[in-house]
Design a protein around this ligand. Sequence first.
Ligand SMILES: CCCCCCCC/C=C\C=C\CC(=O)SCCNC(=O)CCNC(=O)[C@H](O)C(C)(C)COP(=O)(O)OP(=O)(O)OC[C@H]1O[C@@H](n2cnc3c(N)ncnc32)[C@H](O)[C@@H]1OP(=O)(O)O
Length: 229
Amino acid sequence: MGFGTVSRGGSSRWPDQRLCTVEMGPPCHTSCLSRRKSSSSPKIKVDLDSSTGIAVMKFQSPPVNSLSLDFLTEFCISLEKLEMDRSCRGVVVTSALPKIFSAGLDIMEMYGKSPERCGEFWKAVQEMWLKLYGSNMVTIAAINGSSPAGGCLMALTCDYRIMAENPRYGIGLNETQLGIVAPFWFKDTMVNTVGHRTTELALELGLLYSAPDALRLAWWTSWCRRTRC
Ligand SMILES: CCCCCCCC/C=C\C=C\CC(=O)SCCNC(=O)CCNC(=O)[C@H](O)C(C)(C)COP(=O)(O)OP(=O)(O)OC[C@H]1O[C@@H](n2cnc3c(N)ncnc32)[C@H](O)[C@@H]1OP(=O)(O)O
């Protein structure tokens, strides 16, 4: 898989060349196996291959990997653990569920909750964004399913994106379609990736893009023809 370049850096863990390649094949012999570290929390599974320095973080929170307080907390803890592991240079975030990368913020967290709980939830959303955006690892979203709203934010916050090509999968900040306004820092994250004009149109109309359309608008430089990647 090949990835495009981004204007972010300053980390010793970034590759010297600005174009990087990630190989994710099955382990072929015992020494490879011994270099794999796995950890699992209820909603997130992490596999780190210390020989390549690449971790794969899989979301496993059915039905739609919605970003609940528990999910976000586990996500931040998993990311922090990888940050502290010097053998880890990059992390691929993806879904273990068929058809869904993430449905975005858990709607049930935003309904009928106490002000304290709402505050805690919103802080966790911001924490996820800060940790992922500020990570000194190379971060890649392998988007193997639909990714609306907060799911799209998570993908945009990564350094690189790859999306499985399937006409049923859509990605975008579609909050307008839900009657809510995308927070300014959601908008800024999108502007940083696709520019002002595309963001303006996408947010006004609450657009969800297919992988080829998103590619055309420079959301990424590659998409994957398999439905699971
Ligand atoms: C608390 C303080 C907050 C203060 C600040 C608020 C300001 C925030 C402003 C905006 C921020 C917005 C960011 C967001 O992310 S909002 C969430 C937006 N996401 C969505 O609207 C996604 C809606 N879901 C879908 O489009 C589909 O479900 C899809 C992901 C495409 C999957 O479709 P499909 O496979 O057909 O599955 P179903 O639709 O049947 O759904 C299966 C069950 O999952 C439940 N579900 C879906 N999305 C969510 C979600 N986001 N949160 C919680 N639960 C979700 C759905 O209800 C089904 O449940 P059930 O089987 O029990 O009926």
